[in-house]
Each structure stands twice: as C-alpha cells, then as structure tokens.
Design a protein around this ligand. Sequence first.
Ligand code: GLP
Length: 261
Amino acid sequence: MDVGIAESAEHAASLAADAIENLLRTKTEAVLGVATGSSPVGIYDELGRRVSTGRLSLARASAFMLDEYVGLRAGHPQAYRSVIDEIFTRKVDIDASRVHGPDGTADDVKAACAAYEAAIRTAGGVDIQILGIGTDGHIAFNEPTSSLTSRTRIKTLTKQTRIDNSRYFGGDINSVPTHCLTQGIGTILEARFVILVAAGPAKAEAVRQTVEGPVSALWPGSALQLHPNVTLLLDPAAAASLTLTEYYRDVWAHKPDWQRW
Ligand code: GLP
C-alpha cells in the first residue's frame, strides 16, 4: 500500500487526476470506478478542468458506480445516480450512457446485483477505482463486519453512516434510507488499481486502521491491504494518526517516476 500525504485535499485530488490522465493516455476506453461522497469531488472537478482545456478526454471511457440507496425513487436528488450525474458525469465529456450503477429500485434485488457484477465483468473490469472512506471505515457501503470476499448485494446502513449522510437529507436521519446496494469488498478488490482519498480529522482513525491496523472485517478499508496496487492520497489531517509517517513520506519522495502510477 502506498501512502501519499499531500499538502492539501486539493493537492491529493490533483495527484489522483494525474493517475487517471496517465491511464487514459494509454487506454482511451478505460473503465473507471467512481465513488460518491464529498471526498472524490475535487478529483472530478480537476478532471473537468483538464477536459475543458483539452488535456484529456473521457469520451471513450466508461464508469461504474460503487453503490446506490434502496428506497429512493429514480431521479431523487440524493439517489447516488443523481449525485454522480451532478458531481462527475456532467463535469467531464464521458457518454452518460456508459456510466453505470446498481439499480436501487429493482424489485428483484438479487438479479439486479448479479446483473451489475456481470456488467463490470463484461466491460473488462475496473482499471482505476476511486474510493472514499466512511468514519467507521466503510468502503462503498460495506459496513463493519462485511465479508471481505463479498460481492454486490443489499446491505443495511449503520446508524453512524446514516448520521454522517444525513447532512445531504436536511440533517434528518429518518430521511436517510436504511438500505443500499453496494459492490462487495471482493468486487472492489478486483479493480486493477485502487486510489483512496481521505481528508480531515474525522477520517484519521479509519485511515490508521486501513493502513496500519490488522486486516479485519471490523474496519472494511483494511481489506485493501490484500490488494497489490493501492494508493491512499491523504491530506495532513487524515494522515495524523499514522505512526510510520516519516517512512511513507520518504517512500513517496523517492519513488521513481515509472513506478508512480
Ligand atoms: C458514503 C459512500 C462512500 C463514501 C463515504 C464517505 O457512505 N457510500 O463511498 O466513501 O460516504 O463520504 P465522504 O467522502 O463524504 O466523507
């Protein structure tokens, strides 16, 4: 696992955009894994800026979302499909029909989850998966005690996640759905490269557990230790509880360019 401690969240976003730009240079039809939440917004903004100056294009790329609420009507402003349209799809030149997400309105949830797994496979798998992390260590919506080999399925959100996400629902936890469909940890671990972005002190413990804790279903992010190609891009506050900080900085500073992305 590589740990990049950036000067700021904006700097971290720009480094993640560098990785995506680098991928698109050699693979115009790249498959991106896109996360919602506030953490990746800076990355999408930076990609948008680079698209608008002609520096890169996502016109031939496709994208797969991580998760979706269950119980929100299609088009609900907080449905993750709407959120991804707003924060990602509209900002770049990707073809909206190639941005996919799990169907949180499906009557047959099991079939919808299986279809989503199949769609990812058919697309050739995810080249770069962008991840945020919850304060309780969840990745996508894989809450603590999620199976480390889980696939796309329905999950119940923890109270903490519903409290955290109530800011998008007028501060009312009762308006936050109780269930979601989410790629499993096993699904996420099949992405070829994972970039996790985290900023702010509220993420410091989840980051510490992810990087330096034991691999444990209690801190789902720690499953990333099993993946051979993961980079965490942190602001100083999110990195504040790590113990080997000096080592991470040293590794980052001396990384040969060819090894960077
Ligand atoms: C949600 C999403 C996650 C995201 C997390 C953190 O629960 N399902 O994918 O990582 O929130 O959100 P934020 O980046 O806003 O802190």
